[in-house]
Ligand binder design. Structure first.
Ligand code: PLP
Length: 395
């Protein structure tokens, strides 16, 4: 088929919702990086560690034992039990493993399930941005309308409760939170989350809380949203294994919610997915029950790199908010006098350092770039030297 008729068919056949989606601003840079040599990538959003050995072994054991069939739709019961016990131990929030949790194909699937289960066409979802690139697109795909509320560097990139309140209309159904945050590294404080809880209660809203980076916090508390007073009944908690346990490729995560709500998610999951990968579920069980020392080791190493990259960027004249969670630094590029896209493209071409323009993460991200420190310490040192040359030329 020639290109013209393919385009014509795409225009005729694709739904308007899908045709209107913008490609992810992250992918574009990876496509360029893939064609270049000697690039130092601060662009990736995944751990540079291999999955811890006992977890790997559990996956291999599972395969060797011939566990190659489906599991129950909601996931292996022992894993559901272990995740619920883990959440209760860490945050004091209780979920019933029999009816209030579904094991998913990463948090990505959990986001899809949650939004599809609760949104009617035209419902509005208030999202503090910058945020993970998938949120707005997933809301649109589920028929909803994303309403972005920029978080500001002056507020340490915490969600702005007053701005959230101001964004609420009669069509608002959901507040979508993602803390510790990708791309800023902000961790939302208990005070701010309590304010948001009051808003959710006053306007009878659902809260989606993506807590995939919950274990990657540096010297501050992670507050689990459904553990706040009155919030369990209106929250869908999304959690996973990709980041905390270095398991991105295994594709395993979970959603927890009160039984009635969870049944809705499970209904979609059983028709669209059947069950999360069996090997990954058996590995995840070992991760969550025996992975603690490995989480601590990886977190310590991220922290060491964080203490290199944040002062390093500040010294270059790129003011950088001190991230307290995840593995991203989010420096301002104001000194370079160009927008984030131009900055990232030129930095890649001239110095072979890949970063992601902040605008890829929503309205709140313009004027910044995301630098991941899930990259070896020595690579970060070299990247900072290259960036210093770049800023000297353009600053
Ligand atoms: C905030 C956030 N949520 C969800 C995901 C997707 O995670 P998973 O691998 O569990 O699908 C990512 C991945 O980058 C993320 O940063």
């Amino acid at each position: 088929m020639n290109g013209q008729s393919d385009n014509h068919n795409a225009a005729r056949f694709l739904s308007r919702r899908v045709a209107g989606l913008k490609p992810s601003g992250i992918r574009k840079f990876f496509d360029i990086v893939a064609t270049m040599e000697d690039v130092i990538s601060l662009g990736i959003g995944e751990p540079d560690f291999v999955t811890p050995a006992p977890v790997l072994e559990a996956g291999i054991r599972s395969l060797r034992a011939g566990h190659t069939g489906y599991t129950s739709n909601a996931g292996i019961f022992e894993l559901r039990e272990a995740v619920c016990a883990h959440l209760e131990r860490l945050y004091g929030v209780q979920y019933d493993p029999g009816s209030e949790i579904v094991i998913t194909v990463g948090v990505s699937e959990a986001v899809y399930l949650a939004l599809t289960a609760i949104l009617e066409f035209g419902d509005e979802v208030v999202i503090p941005t910058p945020c993970f690139v998938a949120y707005q697109a997933e809301v649109t795909l589920a028929g909803g309308v994303p309403v972005e509320v920029p978080a500001r560097v002056e507020d340490n990139f915490m969600p702005d409760a007053a701005a959230i309140r101001a964004a609420i209309t009669p069509k608002t159904k959901v507040i979508f939170l993602g803390y510790p945050n990708n791309p800023t590294g902000a961790v939302a404080s208990r005070e701010v989350l309590l304010e948001i809880a009051r808003i959710a209660e006053a306007h009878d809203l659902v809260v989606l809380s993506d807590e995939i980076y919950d274990r990657l916090v540096y010297g501050v508390e992670h507050v689990c949203f459904p553990a706040l007073p009155g919030m369990r009944e209106r929250t869908i908690l999304l959690g996973g294994f990709s980041k905390d346990y270095a398991m991105t490729g295994w594709r395993v995560g979970y959603a927890c919610a009160p039984a009635g709500l969870l049944r809705g998610l499970l209904r979609i999951h059983q028709y669209s997915i059947m069950s999360a990968p069996t090997t990954a579920q058996e590995a995840a069980l070992v991760a969550i029950t025996q992975g603690e020392e490995h989480v601590a080791r990886m977190r310590d190493e991220y922290d060491r790199r964080r203490k290199l990259i944040v002062p390093g960027l500040n010294q270059l004249g790129m003011p950088t908010f001190e991230p307290k969670g995840a593995f991203y630094a989010f420096p301002s590029i104001a000194a370079a006098g160009m927008d984030g896209e131009t900055f990232s493209e030129l930095l890649l071409k001239e110095e072979k350092v890949a970063v992601v323009p902040g605008s890829a993460f929503g309205a709140g991200g313009e004027g910044f770039v995301r630098c991941s420190y899930a990259t070896a310490y020595e690579q970060i040192e070299e990247a900072l030297e290259r960036m210093a040359r770049f800023i000297q030329r353009h600053g």
